[in-house]
Ligand binder design. Structure first.
Ligand code: IMP
Ligand code: MG
Length: 182
């Protein structure tokens, strides 16, 4: 185990079970649709979850990515979001968009992006997140698909980072407190 890790919150086996359950549900829900399914990953945290969903959803789809950052200090949520990489498509009217996110915290990112893509004319917009911290909500938001609800703890691994580190860990883990004071 990585020496900065205090404990593993979700191990590889449980992640695999979550991915399989959600992919089955998405496959079932989207199989009758006539518009084109687009998995839209939010960089960078979603990439590992996205790659696993891509290999488990049993339907044809396309993929795309967006990147957002919060203005100024992200821990003092000003609520303002900045799209730093936008979706490279003109016409969204034939797309059923499924936004793929690593974790929902305040809810600002996904509620903003859902509204943004609807206003751009998407046929439908839904959301899938691996993790959710419902106790942290600042705006009302419920993801369409949730892997697992977790308590208010900062987690890393399986795409999630602390200061750009630990994204490569194959499990979701809690860091030792001394890591933050380094
Ligand atoms: P929201 O807009 O507050 O819901 O922010 C969600 C974003 O905050 C996620 O995409 C992550 O980048 C980041 N985030 C929130 N909680 C954690 C965590 O525990 N570990 C790593 N990143 C987190
Ligand atoms: Mg993120």
């Amino acid at each position: 185990m990585n020496q900065d890790i205090k404990s593993i919150l979700i191990d590889e086996k449980e992640i695999q079970q979550i991915v399989e359950r959600i992919s089955k549900q998405i496959t079932e829900d989207y199989k009758e649709r006539e518009s084109n399914l687009l998995l839209l990953g939010i960089l960078k945290g979603s990439v590992v979850f996205m790659a696993d969903l891509m290999r488990n959803i049993d339907l044809p789809f396309e993929i795309d990515f967006m990147k957002v950052s919060s203005y100024g200090n992200s821990s003092k949520s000003s609520g303002k979001l900045n799209i730093t990489l936008d979706i490279k498509r003109e016409d969204l009217s034939n797309l059923d968009i499924l936004i793929v996110e690593d974790i929902v915290d305040s809810g600002r990112t996904l509620s903003y992006l859902t509204e943004y893509l609807k206003q751009k004319g998407a046929h439908s917009v839904n959301t899938v997140t691996l993790l959710d911290k419902p106790s942290r909500r600042e705006v009302q938001f419920t993801p369409t698909y949730t892997g697992k609800q977790i308590p208010d703890e900062f987690v890393v691994g399986y795409g999630l980072d602390y200061a750009e580190k630990y994204r490569y860990l194959p499990y979701v883990a809690i860091l030792k407190s001394e890591v933050y004071s380094k």
